[in-house]
Design a protein around this ligand. Structure first.
Ligand SMILES: NC(=O)c1ccc[n+]([C@@H]2O[C@H](COP(=O)([O-])OP(=O)(O)OC[C@H]3O[C@@H](n4cnc5c(N)ncnc54)[C@H](O)[C@@H]3O)[C@@H](O)[C@H]2O)c1
Ligand SMILES: C[N+](C)(C)CC=O
Length: 485
């Protein structure tokens, strides 16, 4: 762990073994922090913020530090990608793409640091001036998940530092490797001690302390919806600001006039990329009734050909699930789908290949004949499981797509731009893709409607989450007003 500029073991001396989900081998031993370690990290961040040297540093200088971290990530991107694949099982190409995105996020927020100089407001009172400025929030707790360990951390660390906050980061206890490495780069970039702190450990101890502690001003969390609700409650004790990036059950709407080959190809990518362990996975396929049979037949044929394997093998198309617990959860959902009467069209079990027996692999799975009242359609499986439903009109497609507690992302495939616009404006989701699936980048905001979250990451909005707005009013001609004579 990295607290107040020093690398330390946990106070209790406890450690946790980190395993490779591809073969269950132990790949590292990490410190297992507790509440006391977390309090120490918070105290360092609090003291550093209150002392003010970071928050009042000229914004362009802070930006240079953040930019420098981005350059160091670029320099070490191959090593970082290898660590990410070792820790998560995702393919090495996915990890390389993640590292390129991550470096860009630091470069973008480094550049944005000095771009908001505040604004002058026209005061209604004579001889006065009024300006609105943005200031850092203070001490920010940042809790991240295992599916995109470093990417989700980067979306929080870069804007928080650029805006002048001090931070305590807690990565998922099962995938801490790349976050630890980036803290080494943060140190190398010369970020002053106490500004950026790292604690490792379980959610129920370190994460819970960060969420409840009164010296933390903002908690930013990416993870599951139930954890998000717990954090929201804990944060209420001192009315912390909160930013929540939670789950999704995202519709992928395909009209009959879409380019068939592209829509099939991208429907596979939408749901099976990273074994479906993506918050914005297109896990609900809504296909226009007239092309249903042909579309599903093509999907099944392509699904059978997906090559599972070792993420370091360049020919592997999909890696394992993250853990035995998660594999059991996916298996349970498939059982639920079958009991509910959905038709298991392909997959629905672990693979037989001998090479895959030590990893947490599950075959890409498709359920047809699904209806919106089924749990397999409504609940986030977070694995390689697709449900298929049909629609007959654009109005019905919107109704089905929006019929969920989530509102993270969705896509529409059609060559009719008016139809695309109709869908895009009516989907109650933070991101809508037209004739594409999955793009996200540093310049555009990301976040959810409804129970998919609160607040936005990335883009200018992602920076604003880490600021307070202050109105400064100056009376240029003060004189008595004689209200109380
Ligand atoms: N919206 C997004 O951008 C986005 C991105 C990635 C992942 N996700 C979501 O993340 C989930 C998968 O990630 P996960 O399984 O790691 O989620 P999780 O909620 O189990 O854990 C996320 C983090 O929260 C911590 N945590 C657990 N209990 C806690 C508690 N009581 N108090 C404080 N912290 C606690 C964990 O240690 C971990 O660091 C999925 O639901 C996925 O949709 C969302
Ligand atoms: C936000 N994203 C798509 C990078 C990861 C979601 O799990």
């Amino acid at each position: 762990m990295y607290i107040n500029g020093k690398w330390i073991d946990s106070e209790s001396g406890k450690t946790r073994e980190i395993i490779n989900p591809y073969n269950q081998e132990i790949i590292a031993t990490a410190a297992e922090g507790n509440e006391k370690d977390t309090k120490d990290a918070i105290q360092a961040a609090r003291q550093t913020f209150d002392e003010g040297s970071w928050s009042t540093l000229p914004a362009n200088e802070r930006g240079e530090f953040v930019y420098q971290i981005g350059q160091l990530i670029r320099r070490d991107s191959q090593e970082l990608a290898e660590l990410e694949t070792l820790d998560t099982g995702k393919t090495i190409q996915e990890s390389r793409d993640d590292m390129a995105d991550i470096a860009n996020v630091f470069l973008y927020f480094g550049g944005l640091a000095d771009k908001n100089g505040g604004e002058i407001v026209k005061s209604p009172f004579p001889d006065s001036e009024s300006k609105v400025v943005r200031e850092p929030v203070g001490v920010c707790g940042q809790i991240t998940p295992w599916n995109y360990p470093l990417l989700q951390a980067a979306w929080k660390i870069a804007p928080a530092l650029a805006a002048g906050n001090t931070i305590v980061v807690k990565p998922s206890e099962i995938t801490p490797l790349t976050t630890v490495k980036v803290f080494q780069l943060i140190e190398e970039a010369g970020i002053p001690k106490g500004v950026a702190n790292l604690v490792l450990g379980a959610g129920v101890s370190t994460g819970a302390e960060l969420s409840a502690n009164h010296h933390v001003d903002l908690i930013s969390f990416t993870g599951g919806m139930e954890t998000g609700k717990t954090i929201m409650q804990a944060a209420s004790h001192n009315v912390k600001k909160i930013a929540l990036e939670l789950g999704g059950k995202n519709p992928n709407i395909v009209f009959a006039d879409a380019d068939f080959e592209t829509a099939v190809d991208q429907a596979l990518n939408a749901v099976f990329f990273h074994a479906g362990q993506v918050c914005s996975a297109g896990a609900r396929l809504l296909v226009e009734e007239s092309i249903h049979d042909e579309f599903v037949e093509a999907l099944i044929e392509r699904t059978k050909r997906i090559k599972l394997g070792n993420g370091f093998d360049e020919s592997t198309q999909s890696g394992p699930l993250i853990s035995a617990e998660h594999l059991a959860k996916v298996e349970q959902y498939v059982e639920i789908g079958e009991k509910e009467g959905a038709t298991l069209a392909v997959g629905g079990k672990r693979p037989n290949d001998s090479e895959l027996q030590n990893g947490f692999f599950y075959l890409p799975t498709i359920f047809t004949n699904c209806t919106n009242d089924m749990r397999i359609v409504q609940e986030e499986v977070f694995g390689p499981v697709l449900t298929v439903e049909t629609f007959q009109s654009k109005e019905e497609a919107v109704k089905l797509a929006n019929d969920t507690i989530y509102g993270l992302a969705g896509a529409v495939w059609t060559q009719d731009l008016n139809k695309a616009d109709f869908i895009a404006t009516r989907l109650r989701m933070g991101t809508v893709w037209i004739n594409d699936f999955h793009p996200y980048f540093a310049q555009a905001p990301w976040g959810g409607y409804k129970q998919s979250g609160i607040g936005r990451e990335l883009g200018q909005q992602g920076m604003e989450e880490y600021t307070e707005v202050k109105h400064i009013y100056r009376n240029k001609q003060p004189e008595p007003i004689h209200w109380f004579r």
